[in-house]
Design a binder for this molecule. Structure first.
Ligand code: C2E
Ligand code: MG
Ligand code: MG
Length: 732
């Protein structure tokens, strides 16, 4: 408290009175001193004289007002004029006490003033806390990622947070007072009405109701799902007043969430499941759906329908020479042009790779399908420009008509495919209707060719390896590499089912290169694993040997894998050599110069005489398994085998008997001087992994002859652990 008076006596008596009553008191002798006190310390209450020389009580109050100092003023003055009093009160003094004062009255006034002051302070504090808390709640409500709303009992908005306004493009005031139905998409209004009406009587919370809200400006919102609506997921709670039994419904309160992103994600996932991502066209699954639907409709209406199978000619060439990016772009461009040929209601789908299917529902006859096919062929006549290349694309179109060529989805697609293959057979870029006379053999061949090409791209071929065993030591000295096709549907397919077609179509060149590469890489990896003294025998087709770069190919693979030629043996058949003997001999001599060995496979089945072998640069003769099969206990029956063995001995050739299955066969061959054997008795063709395991377990002693020999005699298959491999062979 501060006491201000210009008379020291007055000042002291006031100070005494106040301090005796327990207040902390400062004094100021005159107005000027009062100002310094105010500056130094914070004063709750001031007892202020008015008439003071130099700086009056009025001026002190003006100063307090001007500086906004928070202090309560009680004037204690001898002046009693009305004017002085009113001036004082106008300056908002708390009270006016006349001098001479009555001490009780003064103390009472002081106490009252201080009480009031305290109350005011408390009030102000509460108020600011309230403001703060409201600010916080408002912030929370408005910055909530969710829409928060309140409806009155008529369904009009009484509150919405900023979120909804922002989301739909409204000002907040525009929505309060509006009926909710103004915001709800017309198709969803009925559902919204049901939800909100139900809140009148049901105090459950309605949850996860999906609605679409309309935006204020239909064109404004690019982020929105369906141009002018926002999908939301809504919850609603009824608000009631009153006791149980006589509750009054006041309105609805709830939260809604913008689910645009989720909807978009759902739509994308849905789209991806039924479309090809590269071309954005329907995929196989969607095509089949549509075709089934169209079939059902067509059956009822007695109309016709066409299914086309389209295949780009020589598309693989683009991929192989210009790369996949180029290939992809071309596919996109082609699918774009194809779409330009269609009517509304037609479905063009990407069936896989470079294959498309086209569904033409509701047509009247072949002519309609023919028109479209011609249109497609002519549309593709102009070149495509892809990545700076000018590309010409042709296409083969097979057509199947419902009901003539099939009544089921599968039949129609299959027959359109067959028709398409007929065009491929005669030179491509045309269309063809299916007919029941179509040659199914050539079709099978063509589709086998197609499947093989795909198998090559998809790495479906694998090499298996079959041991060749040295009769004298019982040791595995070589492995023959034998190709298999791991077909995803048909399982493991043996070479007898596809090598001929591969030879006829020329695919064998590519396939053979792969075989050679894979076998050499395997041999290399075995060597790296410490398996050193092993030979790899690789089968070759005539076409490979005839290829002008045949020798270079082989040398390249040997060098690439740091092999030595002696570890590689190529198996060729005698017929191959007979065809172009001089040329072939030249090539084989070159191979010999690099150490590569040559074996005559299936010997004895061809037309050649034994004597021509002298002219050939070969190391090994493989006795065909049909002769080995004929070996019986009686020596007389085996005279062909005897002759071959004798001849090979004379020419100092290595000899391998193929297809050795029984101990009798083995004993016979051994006793007659055959050097090596190969057959199920010593191991079926097996996977690379199995072959490696067996090779790692090989005994090391070269003079293990007797041990192994006896083992072979007693329990032939245990030595080469063919148990691992026998399951493979059983597949055939
Ligand atoms: P091949 O070169 O005469 O191969 C020996 C065939 O006899 C293999 O058949 C093998 O599984 C089978 N075999 C082995 N031991 C026995 C046995 O004890 N009893 C019987 N009954 N058969 C046995 P696979 O693997 O089906 O191969 C068949 C033919 O396919 C091969 O005859 C070969 O001419 C050809 N071939 C295999 N792989 C390739 C290859 O990579 N390239 C080429 N061009 N032709 C290959
Ligand atoms: Mg062979
Ligand atoms: Mg053979």
């Amino acid at each position: 408290m501060l006491v201000v008076d210009d008379q020291p006596r007055m000042l002291n008596s006031l100070k005494d009175l106040i301090s005796i009553n327990g207040y902390q008191v400062l004094t100021a002798l005159g107005g000027h001193e009062a100002l310094s006190r105010l500056e130094e310390s914070s004063i709750d209450l001031m007892l202020l004289d008015l008439k003071m020389p130099g700086f009056s009580g009025h001026q002190v109050m003006d100063y307090i007002e001007e500086k906004g100092i928070d202090t309560t003023v009680i004037v204690v003055s001898g002046e009693t004029s009305f004017d002085a009093m009113s001036q004082v009160l106008r300056r908002r003094a708390y009270d006016y006490i006349k001098k001479p004062y009555a001490p009780d009255e003064l103390l009472q006034t002081v106490e009252n003033a201080l009480n009031q002051r305290q109350l005011q302070h408390q009030n102000r504090e509460i108020e600011s806390k309230l403001n703060e808390s409201e600010r916080l709640h408002r912030y929370m409500v408005n910055s909530s990622p969710d829409i928060i709303y309140m409806l009155d009992k008529e369904g009009k908005f009484t509150f919405v947070n900023d979120r909804i306004a922002l989301l739909l493009g409204y000002g907040k005031d525009e929505l309060v007072g509006q009926h909710y139905s103004r915001l709800v998409h017309f198709e969803d209004v009925e559902q919204a009405r049901y939800v909100f009406n139900e809140r009148r009587t049901d105090d459950r919370i309605a949850r996860n109701v999906e609605l679409r809200l309309k935006c204020k400006d239909p064109d404004a919102a690019p982020k929105h799902f369906e141009t002018n609506t926002v999908p939301i997921e809504l919850s609603a709670t009824g608000i009631y007043q009153g006791k149980e039994g006589e509750k009054e419904y006041l309105g609805t309160y709830g939260v809604a969430r913008d689910i645009t992103e989720r909807k978009e994600a759902e739509r994308t996932i849905n789209f991806q499941a039924y479309h090809d991502l590269l071309t954005q066209l329907p995929n196989r699954a969607l095509f089949k759906d549509r075709l089934n639907l169209a079939l059902a409709q067509t059956k009822r209406s007695n109309q016709r329908l066409a299914v086309m199978f389209l295949d780009l000619d020589r598309f693989k060439l683009v991929n192989d020479t210009l790369g996949h990016i180029c290939g992809d772009e071309l596919l996109q461009a082609v699918s774009h042009r194809l779409q330009e040929c269609l009517r509304e209601g037609d479905t063009l789908a990407r069936f896989g790779g470079d294959e498309f299917t086209l569904l033409l529902p509701q047509i009247y006859g072949q002519e309609d399908a023919e028109t479209i096919a011609k249109k497609i062929l002519s549309k593709l006549r102009d070149p495509f420009f892809v990545e700076g290349h000018e590309l010409y694309v042709t296409i083969s179109i097979g057509i199947a008509m419902y009901p003539h060529d099939g009544t089921s989805m599968e039949m129609l697609v299959k027959n359109a495919d067959i028709a398409m293959y007929c065009i491929k057979g005669r030179g491509s870029n045309d269309y063809q209707f299916f007919s029941s006379e179509m040659n199914s053999v050539s079709i099978t061949r063509l589709s086998l060719e197609r499947d093989m090409r795909k198998a090559m791209e998809n790495d479906q071929f694998v090499m298996h390896y079959q041991p060749q065993v040295d009769v004298a030591t019982g040791r595995i000295v070589a492995m023959e590499a034998l190709i298999r096709w791991e077909h995803p549907d048909r399982g493991l397919i043996p070479p007898s089912e596809f090598v001929t077609v591969a030879e006829e179509t020329g695919l064998i060149l590519q396939l053979g290169e792969w075989v050679l590469r894979t076998s050499c890489e395997t041999l290399r990896s075995w060597q790296m694993a410490g398996i050193i003294d092993i030979r790899m025998a690789v089968n070759l087709s005539a076409m490979q040997v005839e290829h002008k770069n045949f020798v270079e190919h082989i040398i390249r693979e040997i060098k690439r894998n740091s092999l030595i030629g002696e570890n590689l043996e190529v198996e060729i058949t005698e017929n191959l050599i007979m065809q172009d003997m001089d040329n072939t001999i030249q090539k084989l001599i070159k191979l010999n110069e690099h150490g590569v060995k040559v074996a005559i496979d299936d010997f004895g089945t061809g037309y050649s005489s034994l004597s021509y072998l002298q002219r050939l640069p070969i190391h090994t003769v493989k006795i065909d398994r049909s002769f080995v099969h004929d070996i019986k206990d009686q020596p007389n029956d085996a005279c062909i085998v005897d002759a071959i063995i004798a001849m090979a001995k004379g020419l100092k050739l290595n000899l391998i008997a193929e297809g050795v299955e029984t101990p009798e066969q083995f004993n016979y061959l051994r006793d007659h001087g055959c050097t090596e054997v190969q057959g199920f008795m010593f191991g079926h063709p097996m996977t690379e992994h199995q072959a490696r395991q067996i090779l790692l377990q090989r005994p090391y002693e070269d003079n293990a002859f007797l041990v192994n020999h006896n083992k072979l005699k007693l329990k032939p298959e245990s030595h080469a652990a063919p148990r691992l491999a026998s399951s493979d062979a059983r597949n055939f």
